[in-house]
Structure formats: C-alpha cells, structure tokens
Design a protein around this ligand. Structure first.
Ligand code: GDP
Ligand code: MG
Length: 598
C-alpha cells in the first residue's frame, strides 16, 4: 500500500545541539533545496527565531526520496518547537509521527531537554534513532556520549549514527536509516476521517492554515469537515503539502501529512491537538491528548506614551490572531494608565511577544514584573484566580492562598551540584531525587514554586554552573503557601504596578532590596522622594532620594561637547521608557525592580 512508503518523523534535541542544521542538511541531501536556497536555516522562518536560534512555529516538509533499494519514499519531516514553554505543542507534533531522530551534541552529551524530549517521544511510542552530531569537532567524544545515552536514558546505542550536520558527514546514511529503521504509519483509509491538528496559524489571505496528520480515512478538496472540540463544520477549500513550497493536492489519506484551509476565521477554532473529522460520517472517538493551552505567566503591558494605546491594542489583536496561547484584556493602573493584562505560556513566550511588539509594531512599552496565577479562597466562600499582585484581597479576606508548583529536572556537571542544591533550597524547593547520569553528570529533581522560577532562577542556575546546567520543568499542582502582598509606596502613595506577592519569610529581604533598587533606578528629582515597602499598613523598609538642584550637564566638567551630546541623547532615549507617577518619573527598570535584586 501507499503507507508502506511513508515515513513520518521528527527531530528532537536539546537547544543548540543541531536540530535545525540537520533538518537543512537532510533537505539538501535529498535534493529538496539546494545549498544556494538555504537562507540560513530554512525551517526557522521568523527573524527573532533566527536570532535566538530557536524554532517557535512548527513547520513540516514533505520530502520525496529514492532509497538505495530503488523504491520511492515520502519522508515527512515534522519540526517541533525547541523550548520548555512549548512542551504541549512538541508533544502534539510528536503524536503526528512514528519515529524521531534524537540529536545529541557529541561534544556536550545529554542535557535536560534531551531527556524531556525523549520522554515525550516514548509516550508517543516512537522508534528513536540516536544521532551523535558535530563529529567534525575535535572535542566530540562519540563513545562517551553513547554510554551516557545508554545508561542515562536506557536507549540502545549500538546503531547510533555519528554525523556532522554542518559538513554533511553521515547524513546520507542517516536518511537510509530513516527508511530502514522507522516504521511506516498505520491507519485505515476506508474508516471515517480522523486527523490530528499539530500546528495552525493565521494567514491574512487564506484564513487559518491547519497542518494535520491523517490517522484514518481520506480528505478531499471540497469535503465538509468538522472540528471535534468545537463541533463547527467547514468546507475544505484548499488542500496541499509543503515541499518545501506549497503543492496543491486533490486527496490525502491515512498516514499522510498536509495542510488545509477552510475559511476558518480565528485560530482558536483550529487548536493544536484537536481532531478533524467528516461532517456526515464522523469518527466516534477523538484522538487522545487534546488540551487547551493555558497562559501561566501574566504581566501588564502599557504604552510608554499613552497616545500609542490604540496602536498597542491593534497590535495585540494581530498577535493573537497568530497565537492562540497568548491572551490579553484591558486593564487600568493608577500608576500606568490604560494598558493590558497579558497572559503567556512562559517567560520565553512573554519575551518573544514583548520583543515583537517593540520591533515589528514599533511601540515603546512599559512591562510590569511577570506574575504567576495565584488561587485564593476568601472568607465569603469564593475561589479567585489572581494574575495581578495588586488585585490580591486584603489579608483579612483570605482563608487560604495557593501558588502553582512545577516539577523540575536540572542536569549539571558534578562539581556544581552544591551550588544548584543551595539555589533550589533558597527557592523553597523540595528535593525529589538526585542521580548520576554518568560519572560526571548529575540529574537533580525538585518541586519548586513557579513564582521562584519567574524571578531570577534561570540566570542564577547559569551563573552557579558556569553556564553548564540545563533545566526542564512542567506544571505540577497548586500548594498552599504563606504569601503576602508587598506594596511599594512613593511619597506615600502605593504604586499598584509595583506590587509583588512574596513568601512571608522573604518579605523583609525583598522589601529592603526592592526599595533600594528603586532608589537607584528612579532619577533624582528637584524634590525629595521617599520610597517605602509595606505589608498592609506596616512599613518594613524605607529609602530616600535627596533633591537635586543642578542640570545634569553640570556633571560633565569641561568642554567635551560630544560627551554632553551623548548624555543628552541618552537622557532623551531614557525618556521614552518613563512613566510619570504623580510628579515622579519612573523608568521601565523600576517596574522590573523585584526581578533582579543584585
Ligand atoms: P538547534 O538549536 O538544535 O536547532 O541547533 P542549530 O542547528 O541552530 O545549531 C546550533 C549551533 O551548532 C549552530 O551554530 C550550528 O552551526 C552548530 N552546529 C550544528 N551542527 C553542527 C555540526 O555538525 N558541527 C559543528 N561544528 N557545528 C554544528
Ligand atoms: Mg533550531
């Protein structure tokens, strides 16, 4: 049958181990693209992705391939996002294939996301081919890394494939292995239509484009289809594959991968993980594992200049068209005026959206410190979800306060284990496990409050391990915690946008540190500025900025005119990112003061 000649596979790897480079090399060796076409990395389309070296949007490619056995195959390479924030999308992309190439950098070894990705692949019953990459580098140690994979993960490495994605060594052999070692898809072309949505995006001409994997049945242009989770029906107006450019196709059947357009207007009507079926002859059971992606991290986004409010609103609308996991709602702050409360899957997702707003849409933003979502049981028997610290009810109204925890795995060379344990303890972590992956690499498991990660965890992890530690985490559950709201006051007035929720035991430390940080970041004014931290009405820290009388240029003694000009320009630049609070100007940095307490 047709299915015998199809191989659906993904490439999984820890970041920077060479996933994108290998994908490009496979496309080149199979003749799908020429070296000349390779704008950097074909699969990473967006600028920000390229700069950050991560792939955010999954892109799948159909690769026709004539194997050494003389037969013609279709290889569907299904790309996966490469970051912990997008774990659910990764699992859905993997659910669309039968096998994966596990790329491990032979100069680095197994890392946190190597393991996390392997778990996801095994959950999806994948056949996994271990690929040891970067063998062109003198520091590559293929045998050592094989042992690490065998002992740490339990994957047989006797047929692991050494390659250099960069130079192409071993890649042709690897492509043959995809055909020989990965299983073809199963499925019944005569059963009712059942297809898995593993990616979707909004296109201004086509409406929503849906990438899907056929599990059972057939789909044709003109068919009436139905999305399982919403029950809404559509007509397929376009059907095709990316190879790598768009190729229109009349019919796809069980085992194949493609895209369709069906005049779907909003992305939330074609969610990743949903099942596509036929309107007239629907399947009875949807594909397992469908979840709604839920924002986990929130922050306020405000235009630095309030005249940009409308433009910010329109830009958020546009971004949401293409990102069902991103949410926003209007919000008003006494300190910042009119803006939006925005929800993200995680910190990276948040940074990407903030960057796009500033870069693509050219809006100067004030972003408040990110917050997790707290759960509060109140004295009047209600349960509230709080995504903005300033909205936390007064202590007298709270019966129990809960915060989200994550399960985390950290991979670290053994000489840094002490630092990492200390960090996790300081972050209120509960140790679950510690084991050796090899003689020199350790895996540490912790349950930690998510809020502590949102603070400076990642930077501290990196600095505590000279950059060698890697981590992966997933949401586990809510735990009750002794937390308080810390308000920051400027000349007596609480600034809502500076409120933070912290553990009671750390409140004094935070209060003092944030007050000091504000003292340093708020430019001195012509009058005295008093900065206080308080819990309820109780002031726990106080700082003071003395008035300044002289023009800032007076600092440049002498006549260095370029230096003066630079200083003025810098001042002007700084202005854009300021917000006036009463008569005090607060720079963007002040709103993130709690995050970097150095
Ligand atoms: P990804 O994050 O897994 O997609 O990793 P990339 O494909 O972006 O590769 C990360 C870095 O490693 C880039 O600078 C690549 O040029 C480099 N790289 C990837 N494969 C190889 C290889 O086989 N040899 C060498 N020397 N460098 C490689
Ligand atoms: Mg990449």
């Amino acid at each position: 049958s047709k299915r015998e000649h199809i191989r659906n596979f993904s490439i999984i790897a820890h970041i920077d181990h060479g996933k994108s480079t290998l994908a490009d090399r496979i496309l080149e060796k199979t003749g799908l693209i020429t070296a000349r076409d390779q704008r950097d990395q074909y699969l990473d389309r967006m600028d920000i992705e390229r700069e950050r070296g991560i792939t955010i949007k999954a892109q799948s490619v159909r690769i026709p391939y004539k194997a050494k056995n003389g037969k013609d195959y279709i290889l569907n390479l299904i790309d996966t996002p490469g970051h912990v924030d997008f774990g659910y999308e990764v699992s859905r992309s993997l659910a669309a294939c039968e096998g994966s190439l596990l790329v491990v950098d032979a100069t680095q070894g197994v890392e946190a996301q190597t393991l996390a990705n392997v778990y996801l692949a095994l959950e999806n019953n994948h056949e996994i081919i271990p690929v040891l990459n970067k063998v062109d580098l003198p520091s590559a140690d293929v045998d050592k890394v094989k042992v690490e994979i065998e002992e740490g993960i339990g994957l047989d490495c006797s047929h692991a494939v050494p390659v250099s994605a960069k130079t192409g060594i071993g890649v042709e052999e690897l492509i043959e292995d995809i055909v020989d070692r990965l299983p073809p898809p199963e499925g019944d072309p005569d059963a009712p239509l059942k297809a898995l949505v593993f990616d979707s995006w909004y296109d201004s001409y086509q409406g929503v484009v849906v990438l899907f994997r056929m599990i059972d049945g057939k789909i044709r242009k003109g068919d009436r289809i139905k999305m399982f989770s919403t029950g809404i029906s559509y007509e397929v107006v376009r059907l095709g594959v990316f190879s790598p450019d768009i190729l229109d196709i009349e019919q796809l059947e069980a085992g194949e991968v493609g895209f369709f357009c069906a005049n779907i207007k909003v992305l939330s009507d074609a969610k990743v993980g949903d099942t596509v079926t036929s309107e007239n002859n629907p399947t009875l059971t949807p594909i397992e594992g469908f979840k709604e992606a839920k924002p986990m991290v929130f922050c306020g986004l405000y235009p630095s200049d309030s005249v940009d409010y409308e433009q910010l609103k329109q830009s958020l609308e546009k971004l949401q068209l293409n990102d069902a996991a991103f949410s926003y709602e209007p919000e008003t702050s006494q300190a910042l005026g009119f803006g939006f409360r925005c929800g993200f899957l995680g910190l990276l997702h948040m940074e990407i959206i903030q960057e796009r707003l500033e870069r693509e849409f050219q809006i100067d933003l004030i972003a408040t410190a990110p917050s997790v979502v707290y759960k509060v049981e109140t004295t009047d028997g209600k349960t509230l979800m709080i995504d903005n610290p300033s909205k936390l009810p007064d202590p007298g109204r709270i019966v129990t306060l809960y915060e989200p925890y994550v399960s985390m795995e950290v991979h670290v060379p053994n000489e840094y284990v002490g630092n990492i344990l200390k960090l996790c303890e300081e972050k209120r972590g509960i140790q679950k496990d510690m084991r050796y992956l090899s003689a020199t690499r350790v895996v540490i498991s912790y349950e930690l409050p998510f809020a502590e990660i949102v603070y400076d965890f990642f930077d501290r992890l990196k600095s505590g391990s000279k950059g060698y530690a890697s981590m992966d985490y997933e949401f586990s559950e809510y735990h009750s915690s002794d937390l308080v709201r810390l308000d920051m006051r400027i000349n007596g007035d609480p600034v809502d946008a500076l409120a933070v929720i912290v553990h009671r035991e750390k409140a004094y430390y935070y209060g003092r540190a944030v007050a000091l940080k504000l003292k340093r970041t708020i430019p001195r004014q012509l009058f005295e500025v008093i900065i206080q931290a308080s819990i309820g009405n109780k002031v726990i820290a106080r700082e003071r900025n003395a008035p300044i009388g002289k023009n800032v240029i007076a600092k440049c003694y002498g006549g260095d005119i370029t230096r003066k000009r630079k200083l003025l320009e810098k001042q002007k630049e700084g202005k854009k990112r300021m917000k006036r609070m009463g008569n005090v100007e607060l720079p963007q940095e002040a709103f993130l003061a709690a995050l970097r307490l150095d």
